[in-house]
Ligand binder design. Structure first.
Ligand SMILES: Cc1ncc(COP(=O)(O)O)c(C=O)c1O
Length: 325
C-alpha cells in the first residue's frame, strides 16, 4: 500500500482540515475498547467521462447510522448531508483517480473505564485507492480456523471497530499460510463470509449466498450483485446456509465487497473450483457490477452520484440535485 499523503483534506469535528492536523488523544475510549463503527465507500474514476462516481453513498451512510445506533453513537447529520460532506471532501482533494472513503464514528471520551457515555466524534477520510486484492487471475481462499463472531457477542452485521480483530486474525493467518483471503465459518459450522467480503457460489446455474442471519455483514455490494444477477442475467438467487464442503463441489465461487469489488475464487483449501478457472457467471456479474459503478448502465445511474461539477468553479450541488442523472 502506498504511503498516505499527510496533506490530503479530511473532515473531522465539523471541519475540513489536513490529515496531519487531525488527531485523537491516547486515552480515547474507542482506541482502548474498540467502540467505533466505520464504513467503506468507493468512488470510481471514469476516464472517458472525466468524472468520479460515488457508489451507493446514501445506502452506505444509512447503514452506518443504523449500525452506530447499535453502539448508541450519535452521528448528527442525515445520510444526504453526509453525502454532501463527502462530495465536498472529494472536490477539495481534486482526486482524478478511484478513491476509498472511510467514515468512522467513535466513543471519544478520554478516560479509563469501559462503560460508554455520550461523547461521540466522527470523521470522513478519502484516500486514492486501487485494487485491494489482485484478483484478475482468480484467488486462492482458505477456510480459517478462526470462527466468525456471533451476533450475541459482537454483531457482525455492523462494521464495529473491535469486531475487526476477528477479521485481522483470520486474514493474517490466511496470508501467512499462502492464501489470498480467509473464509470464516460461524459457530454452527456454516460458511459465513470472507474476512472483508461476502461470498457467493454458483451451483447448477443459480447463485447461492449465506443469509444475513448467519453472522455476516449485510453487504451493499452483495445487495447490488443480487439485483444485477436477478434483473440483468435472469438468475435465481438463494439466500440459505452453506456447508463448508459445498465450497469444494460448487461450479463457481466469488467474493464481493466495497474494497474487493467482485473477486473470483479459483481454488479453495488447495482444491480447484471446477476447472480452476474463472467461471462465466462470475465474469458476467463482475462486468455488470463495474459497468454500473462506472456509470455505464443507464438503469443503475440511481446508484451513483457524479462528484465533479460540470464547471470546476461551480458551487457544490446538493445531493438532491446531483443524484438525478
Ligand atoms: C466482514 C465484511 N463482510 C462483507 C463486506 C462487504 O460489504 P460491502 O459490500 O457493503 O462493502 C465487508 C466490507 O466492507 C466486510 O468487512
Amino acid at each position: 500500500m502506498p504511503e498516505v499523503d499527510p496533506n490530503i483534506v479530511v473532515y473531522f469535528n465539523g471541519q475540513y482540515l489536513a490529515l496531519r492536523d487531525a488527531h485523537v488523544g491516547i486515552l480515547t475510549h474507542a482506541l482502548h475498547y474498540g467502540t467505533g463503527v466505520f464504513e467503506g465507500i468507493r468512488a470510481y474514476w471514469n476516464e472517458d467521462d472525466g468524472q468520479l462516481y460515488l457508489f451507493r453513498a446514501v445506502e452506505h451512510y444509512e447503514r452506518w447510522k443504523q449500525n452506530c445506533g447499535i453502539l448508541r453513537i450519535d452521528v448528527p447529520l442525515t445520510a444526504e448531508h453526509l453525502c454532501e460532506v463527502t462530495i465536498e471532501l472529494l472536490r477539495r482533494n481534486a482526486f482524478r483517480t478511484s478513491v476509498y472513503v472511510r467514515p468512522i464514528a467513535f466513543k471519544s471520551a478520554e478516560r479509563v473505564g469501559v462503560s460508554t457515555d455520550a461523547h461521540d466524534s466522527f470523521a470522513v477520510i478519502a484516500l486514492p485507492f486501487g485494487e485491494y486484492l489482485h484478483s484478475d487471475k482468480g484467488l486462492h481462499a482458505g477456510v480459517s480456523s478462526w470462527r466468525r463472531i456471533e451476533d450475541n457477542a459482537i454483531p457482525a452485521r455492523a462494521k464495529i471497530c473491535g469486531a475487526y480483530v476477528n477479521s485481522a486474525l483470520a486474514s493474517d493467518d490466511a496470508r501467512r499460510s499462502g492464501f489470498d483471503e480467509a473464509i470464516l465459518l460461524n459457530e454452527s459450522g456454516h460458511v459465513a463470509e470472507g474476512a472483508t467480503c461476502n461470498i457467493f457460489m454458483v451451483r447448477k446455474g443459480a447463485l447461492i449466498t449465506p443469509p444475513v442471519t448467519e453472522n455476516v455483514l449485510e453487504g451493499i455490494t452483495r445487495d447490488s450483485i443480487i439485483e444485477l444477477a436477478q434483473r440483468e442475467l435472469g438468475l435465481s438467487v438463494a439466500e440459505r446456509p452453506v456447508d463448508r464442503s459445498e465450497l469444494y463441489v460448487c461450479d463457481e465461487l466469488f467474493l464481493t465487497g466495497t474494497a474487493v469489488g467482485v473477486a473470483p475464487v479459483v481454488r479453495v483449501d488447495h482444491r480447484p473450483v471446477r476447472e480452476g478457472s474463472i467461471g462465466a457467471i462470475t465474469r458476467d456479474v463482475r462486468r455488470l457490477y463495474f459497468d454500473a459503478a462506472l456509470g455505464r448502465l443507464r438503469a443503475y445511474r440511481k446508484w451513483i452520484i457524479p462528484v465533479r461539477p460540470p464547471q470546476q468553479e461551480a458551487e457544490p450541488a446538493s445531493v438532491a440535485e446531483v443524484a438525478v442523472v
